[in-house]
Design a protein around this ligand. Structure first.
Ligand code: AMO
Length: 452
């Protein structure tokens, strides 16, 4: 059975794609090209048809005048629909009326696959649809050039942050996501059935990235999914996110970790500006590389700052969304930048593994990085002294026996160390000025969404 014939399409053959749509420029005038892509827009004027062909790099106009193309090409063009998959062989000709200055007149037009009527438009600028509907049809939604661009920018941010770490002695590791105990406290832990036992989905690679330093790696990083059973749908929480984690030994203090983050982000921002210039332009975003050093302000100072603006919070309270909104305005006013470290969080607000401060009683050697008023990173110096670590686990109400796999290695010489965890989706949304984290997540998982 010829399944191509049954589908009413052409079989693929050995004619290779020669160009991306973005490469069709005036310098190519007169050249023969083979393009492949989707029918983005179709305008049928009877004896002349215009189609905008879209591939992964952009769009180009293909013009099909009945008089100037082979008969079968014109015939096939009559069967096209939005999102039909086609291969176009043709000549590049001057066309001052189109944006590119050139278009393609086909000598061969093959339909490689058909599309049914679309549940959502792939062409942007048509009537807006709500985010939920878009996410229901996320694969089609992602075909929109502006939506697709978000994840190309995200790719660059991760690529160049990773590049910085690789150039600075960090080893990429892959640690288990099925785990026996919580790292960040039990409140938002997903429990799973693991044969006859109970297990959990990892909230963070925290314990394992630390243990890799005890295993002798010196500096490690990991970019991987983590899971948080957040019960409420908010614009900045999802239930599975991509955690960009690093951990480094032989630090002199938490400042060394913050310095790495500054350098890493500046490297990632400036390289992304260069490599994702087209996407940033499409999205209308000017990516500003922040100046080093980022300002530092102690948590107690932040609480004071908020109090002076009429927002009363206890030192042991978390910053609520209102406080974050206020800081989004206060930080640029006070510091002239929207990238600010908050340091010295109280012991109550930090997990058991966080190093207590020697200078600020009741506080920790820890930090958050806030960017445009949102926390994008948490980090700190960790406790490397076994007795203190066990004491802190007890103080948080944990039974150290349950954490023996993590605690025991600290009995055999753990180096001083620290690290951080950066939310990739949060970084992306703040870089691009996206309102809802779901738009910065390829396939979001939230309280109500488990597909696609
Ligand atoms: P924390 O729990 O603060 O710290 O998480 C670190 C960063 O991860 C992102 N993040 C989230 N992003 C989307 N949806 C969520 N539900 C969500 N929760 C957190 C944020 C946050 O700053 N082990 C520590 C890190 C460390 O100290 O190395 C940790 O996980 O950007």
């Amino acid at each position: 059975m010829d399944f191509y014939e049954r589908a009413g399409v052409e079989p693929i053959d050995d004619a290779p794609r020669t160009h991306y749509t973005s490469e069709i420029v005036p310098a190519l005038t007169g050249a023969e090209v083979e393009l492949m892509g989707w029918v983005h827009i179709l305008r049928d004027k009877g004896r002349i048809k215009f189609l905008v062909l879209r591939d992964e790099r952009g769009t180009v106009q293909v013009t099909i005048p009945k008089k100037r193309v082979p008969e079968e090409v014109f015939e096939v063009s009559g069967t096209l629909r939005p999102e039909t998959v086609v291969a176009v062989h043709g000549t590049v000709v001057e066309a001052p009326q189109v944006e590119r200055g050139v278009e393609v007149i086909p000598s061969r037009l093959r339909v490689l696959n058909r599309s049914e009527p679309l549940p959502i438009d792939v062409v942007e600028g048509k009537a807006g649809i709500d985010l939920d509907t878009r996410l229901n049809h996320r694969i089609l939604d992602l075909r929109k050039p502006r939506v697709n661009a978000v994840f190309r920018v995200q790719h660059c941010l991760v690529r160049f942050a990773r590049e910085y770490l690789e150039e600075n002695g960090f080893v990429e590791v892959h640690t288990p996501k099925i785990v026996a105990e919580a790292t960040e406290g039990g409140a938002n832990l997903f429990e799973i059935k693991y044969f006859e036992r109970k297990a959990f989905l990892a909230q963070s690679p925290q314990f394992y990235k630390q243990l890799m330093l005890l295993a002798g790696f010196g500096r490690v990083f990991e970019v991987a999914p983590v899971f948080r059973a957040e019960k409420h749908n908010t614009r900045r929480h999802i239930n599975e996110y991509t955690s960009f984690d690093l951990e480094m030994a032989w630090i002199r203090g938490v400042e060394d970790v913050m310095a790495i983050e500054e350098e890493m982000l500046c490297h990632a921002f400036s390289k992304t500006r260069e490599h994702a210039a087209a996407e940033l332009e499409l999205l209308g975003v000017e990516l500003v590389t922040p100046r080093i050093p980022f300002p530092r302000v102690k948590y107690a100072g932040v609480i004071d700052m908020l109090a002076s603006e009429g927002k009363e919070l206890e030192l042991t309270d978390d910053l609520d969304p209102e406080a974050e909104r206020m800081l989004a305005e206060l930080f640029p006013e006070r510091f002239g930048t929207d990238m600010v470290f908050i340091t010295h969080y109280p012991l109550e607000l930090r997990p058991a593994y966080t190093m207590p401060s020697m200078t600020d009683e009741g506080m920790t050697e820890s930090f958050d990085l806030t960017y445009k008023g949102m926390e994008i990173t948490t980090g700190g110096q960790r406790i490397h002294l076994y007795d203190l670590l066990v004491e802190r686990f007890r103080a948080k109400g944990f039974n150290p026996d349950d954490f023996a796999f993590y605690l025991d290695p600290f009995r055999y010489g753990a180096p001083p160390h620290g690290g951080l965890g950066l939310g990739v989706e949060r970084l992306t949304m703040q870089v691009l000025g996206i309102e809802n984290i779901r738009e910065a997540t390829l396939l979001p998982r939230d309280r109500d969404r488990l597909t696609p």
